[in-house]
Design a protein around this ligand. Structure first.
Ligand SMILES: Nc1nc2c(ncn2[C@@H]2O[C@H](COP(=O)(O)OP(=O)(O)OP(=O)(O)O)[C@@H](O)[C@H]2O)c(=O)[nH]1
Ligand SMILES: [Mg+2]
Length: 544
C-alpha cells in the first residue's frame, strides 16, 4: 500500500514535467536525500532573497512617489540657505521661532566682522596699499587690498581723525569675535576636512573646480556629511593682492574655514548661551534671563555699542568708505544700521534678522518637511541645502540621482563682484557657467528646474546708485541701465542657455525674480513653486 502511495504521484507526474523534476529520484540513498534537501534549502534561500529584493524595490518605488527631493543649487552667497529658512518659516514656524535665539551668535559675529572690516579698510597700512578698484569685489569679511605699485604718497583720501580712538575703544571686539567663533565651532574645528571623490555624473565641471582648489568636504556612505562654516577671521592688514592669492582668504590661514558640524549642534550650544540658567530653555527653546549671565557675549557687545555706533555714523568714515567703494550695505550679514537694537541686552532676533544672518554652508544639509497641498496631504519633502563655494560643488552629484526638482539661485546683483574663493572670476560669469552645467546634465534631464534670479532688491539699488551693467558685461551694449531692462536681459540670458543646452527640449523652465530675504513675496513664490513641483512629480509618476 505504501508503495502505491509513492507511485501514484509519480505516475501523475509523467504528464507534468515540472512536478517530475521536483520529485525525489527513486531509490534515493540517505546521503543523497540529505544533499538534495540542502540544495533545496539553499535554492529557497536564494529565491526568498530575490522575493525580498523585489518587495523592497516595490516599496522604494512607492516611497519615492510620496517623497519629494528638492536640491537648492547655486554659487556661494546666492541665497540657498536663506530660501531654506523661508521654507522652514512657512512650513515649520514653531521650529523656526524656537531656533531664533540661537542665531544671536551668528548675528553678533556678523556685526562684529562688519566693524572689523571698516577698521581694516580705514587703517593707514591699508591705505598705503590701497587700490580703489579692488574694493568693489570684496565681500563677506575679506579686506585684502592690492597696491599695483602705487606709493602711499600718491593716495589722497579722507582721513578719519578719530580712528585711533575708535580702535582703542573697539579692542574688546577681537576677543569677542574669538569667543563667538569658538562657541559656534565644533571641537575639531582645526582639523582639515577631507576631500571626497568626484562623482562621475558631475563630470568635467566638478573636475575642473575640484582640481584647483582645496576641497573641504567630509564624506560618509558616499554622501558628504553636513557641516556649516563661518568665514575665517580676517587679518587686520595684508600685503597680498587678491589676484595673487587664490582663495582671497587670509594669507595667515590660507582661507581655512571654521566648521560647525551640524546645524542642530551649534544651535543647541548657543541657545544655552554656553551656560544655561534655565533648564526650561534647553528643551523648549524658550529663552529667559541669559542677560543675567555675566559671561554672555551680549555684555561685551553692549559695552562696545556706543563706539560702534559712533564709528558707523561718523561722516568721515562714511566718506572714506565711499572713496574706497566699500559698499557694506550690500554685503551679507549687514546689521550696522541697527546697532542699538542688536546690541541691547534683551535682544531677541526677529524673523528678518534670522533671514539676513550669514553662515556659510559646507557640505550638504538635509531638512525634512511634511507638506500638504490641495488634496495632496502630507507629502514628505526633503530639501537639500548645499555649500555653493567652488570647493564644495563636488559634493552635489550624489544627490542628482533621486532628485525631483532643483531650485537654482543666481544672484543677479553680483554682476560687478568676483568670487570670494577666486577673485579672478566674476560672480555672474560663474553663475552662468554653473547654470549651463546643471541644465545640460543628462542625469537631470527629467528633473523640474526652477530658477530664482535672486537679490533683485540689491540689483535695483545698485543700478539706482549709478553702477552700469555695460561696464562689467560688454554684451549689454547701450541698452537702458534700469531695473526692468537689466532684469529682462538676465532672464533672457539664462533662458537661452537652458534652451540651447538642455538635453530635454520638452522641459519647461520656471523663472522667478526674487529677493529671498523678503518674506511675503518669497512665500508666495514658494507656494507656486511647491505646486509646480508637485504637479511635475505626479506627471513623472504616471510615466514610471
Ligand atoms: N538683500 C538681500 N540679501 C540676500 C538675498 N538672498 C540672500 N541674501 C543674503 O545673502 C547672504 C548669503 O545668503 P545664503 O543664503 O547664506 O547663501 P548660500 O547660497 O547659502 O551660500 P553658501 O552657504 O556659501 O553656499 C545672507 O546674509 C542672506 O541674508 C536677497 O535676495 N537680498
Ligand atoms: Mg548656505
Amino acid at each position: 500500500m505504501a508503495k502505491s502511495k509513492v507511485d501514484h504521484p509519480r505516475r501523475r507526474s509523467l504528464s507534468d514535467p515540472l512536478s517530475a523534476a521536483l520529485l525525489p529520484p527513486p531509490n534515493e540513498s540517505l546521503a543523497q536525500k540529505e544533499q538534495r534537501l540542502k540544495a533545496e534549502y539553499d535554492a529557497k534561500k536564494v529565491s526568498d532573497g530575490i522575493d525580498d529584493m523585489i518587495r523592497n524595490e516595490r516599496k522604494d518605488r512607492t516611497k519615492s512617489r510620496t517623497e519629494v527631493h528638492v536640491l537648492l543649487l547655486g554659487q556661494s552667497e546666492s541665497g540657498k540657505s536663506t530660501t531654506l529658512k523661508q521654507f522652514q518659516l512657512l512650513h515649520q514656524p514653531s521650529a523656526f521661532h524656537a531656533e531664533r535665539i540661537a542665531w544671536r551668535a551668528v548675528i553678533y559675529l556678523n556685526l562684529v566682522r562688519s566693524i572689523q572690516r571698516i577698521l581694516d579698510a580705514l587703517s593707514p597700512e591699508t591705505d598705503a596699499l590701497d587700490d580703489h578698484d579692488d574694493f568693489d569685489s570684496l565681500e563677506t569679511a575679506n579686506v585684502i587690498i592690492s597696491s599695483r605699485g602705487r606709493p602711499a604718497s600718491a593716495i589722497s583720501g579722507t582721513r578719519v581723525p578719530r580712528l585711533e580712538e575708535y580702535r582703542k575703544r573697539l579692542t574688546p571686539l577681537a576677543a569677542l569675535e574669538d569667543r563667538l567663533t569658538h562657541l559656534l565651532s565644533s571641537p575639531d574645528e582645526d582639523e582639515p576636512t577631507q576631500l571626497g571623490p568626484v562623482h562621475p555624473s558631475w563630470g568635467a565641471y566638478a573636475q575642473q573646480v575640484h582640481s584647483d582648489e582645496n576641497a573641504q568636504v567630509a564624506w560618509s556612505n558616499g554622501r558628504p556629511t553636513p557641516r556649516i562654516t563661518i568665514p575665517t577671521k580676517q587679518p587686520t592688514t595684508s600685503t597680498t593682492p587678491p589676484h595673487q592669492n587664490g582663495t582671497s582668504g587670509s594669507p595667515n590661514n590660507s582661507g581655512k574655514e571654521i566648521a560647525v558640524h551640524t546645524s542642530t549642534n551649534w544651535k543647541k550650544a548657543f541657545s544655552l548661551g554656553g551656560k544655561a540658567r534655565s533648564p526650561k530653555s534647553a528643551h523648549s527653546g524658550e529663552i529667559e534671563g541669559w542677560w543675567e549671565d555675566p559671561d554672555d557675549p551680549v555684555h561685551a557687545l553692549n559695552a562696545c555699542a556706543p563706539a560702534m555706533q559712533e564709528l558707523w555714523k561718523d561722516p568721515s568714515v562714511r566718506q572714506s568708505l565711499r572713496e574706497k567703494r566699500l559698499r557694506l550695505e550690500e554685503s551679507s550679514g549687514f546689521y550696522l544700521d541697527e546697532i542699538p537694537r542688536i546690541t541691547a541686552k534683551k535682544y531677541i532676533p526677529t524673523d528678518p534678522d534670522v533671514l539676513k544672518a550669514r553662515l556659510k554652508t559646507m557640505g550638504v544639509v538635509e531638512h525634512t518637511f511634511l507638506i500638504s497641498s490641495g488634496h495632496n496631504r502630507g507629502v514628505e519633502w526633503k530639501i537639500y541645502d548645499v555649500g555653493g563655494a567652488r570647493n564644495q560643488r563636488q559634493a552635489w552629484a550624489p544627490y542628482f540621482e533621486d532628485v525631483t526638482a532643483i531650485i537654482f539661485l543666481a544672484p543677479i546683483s553680483a554682476f560687478d563682484q568676483v568670487l570670494t574663493e577666486d577673485p579672478k572670476v566674476n560672480r555672474l560669469e560663474d553663475s552662468l557657467l554653473l547654470w549651463k552645467s546643471v541644465v545640460s546634465n543628462k542625469l537631470l534631464s527629467s528633473v523640474n528646474i526652477v530658477l530664482f534670479l535672486n537679490k533683485c532688491d540689491l540689483l535695483k539699488s545698485k543700478l539706482e546708485s549709478g553702477v552700469r551693467l555695460n561696464q562689467h558685461m560688454v554684451s549689454y551694449g547701450d541698452r537702458p541701465n534700469d531695473y526692468d531692462s537689466v532684469s529682462k536681459y538676465f532672464r533672457n540670458k539664462f533662458g537661452a542657455l537652458h534652451q540651447t543646452y538642455t538635453p530635454n527640449k520638452e522641459r519647461e523652465l520656471y523663472i522667478h525674480f526674487t529677493a529671498v530675504t523678503e518674506t511675503q513675496r518669497t512665500q508666495t513664490i514658494i507656494s507656486t513653486v511647491r505646486d509646480i513641483i508637485i504637479k511635475g512629480n505626479l506627471r513623472n509618476m504616471r510615466l514610471v
